[in-house]
Design a protein around this ligand. Sequence first.
Ligand code: AMP
Ligand code: ZN
Length: 112
Amino acid sequence: MENCLFCKFIQEHNQKVYEDELFYIIKDINPQAPLHYLAIPKTHFKYLTEMQESDIANLGKIFAKIGEISIDTLHLDGGYRLVINQGDNAGQTVPHLHIHILGGKEMGWNPA
Ligand code: AMP
Ligand code: ZN
């Protein structure tokens, strides 16, 4: 998708923490926890409701992979939180679905 930051990053980002054929992971530029990554599918869609069948299948694989690499690659010993902001009330600012991966400290439970 033209003019989409996260589509551009597929080609242009040179500090990917992880990448395979389905998605890539980068560090968030404005971290909300000591460790804050973004896992970004390589197909462009904003909402879960826009997923094609292949996106639905791939999202399951992406979650599984995040779990698999959580300690060795992402250093999320002690646990982590996954967040997907959907729409304005959630504060979604980039219209390309992404999974926030937060960790590196014990967190409270306040989504404000
Ligand atoms: P959201 O508000 O859920 O759409 O999340 C978008 C996230 O992208 C925010 O946490 C931003 O800090 C992050 N972000 C925006 N621009 C960049 C960038 N150039 N590199 C890395 N993260 C970014
Ligand atoms: Zn995109």
